[in-house]
Design a protein around this ligand. Structure first.
Ligand code: ZN
Length: 74
């Protein structure tokens, strides 16, 4: 008896593509549900934004420029 479970993205309820299924099998996440790669990307971007925002807030103390100017030449 074989039951084929088609994983569905937790965020958008779309069936995962073969590639996403492959990745989920090979690298199962610890969330307890599956995400398609585009939703996963969205989440990552959101988390990165939140982290950079909180870092920027922390650095306010040091007069960190929020414009994102980087001084690569020192
Ligand atoms: Zn999705």
């Amino acid at each position: 008896m074989t039951i084929t479970i088609v994983p569905i993205c937790h965020d958008c309820n779309e069936e995962l593509s073969n590639w996403d299924r492959f990745l989920n099998r090979k690298y199962p996440n610890t969330l307890g549900y599956t995400l398609c790669s585009s939703c996963e990307k969205k989440r990552e971007e959101k988390i990165i934004k939140e982290i950079s925002q909180s870092v920027a807030d922390d650095l306010d103390f040091y007069d960190f420029e929020k414009g994102g100017k980087s001084n690569e030449n020192n």
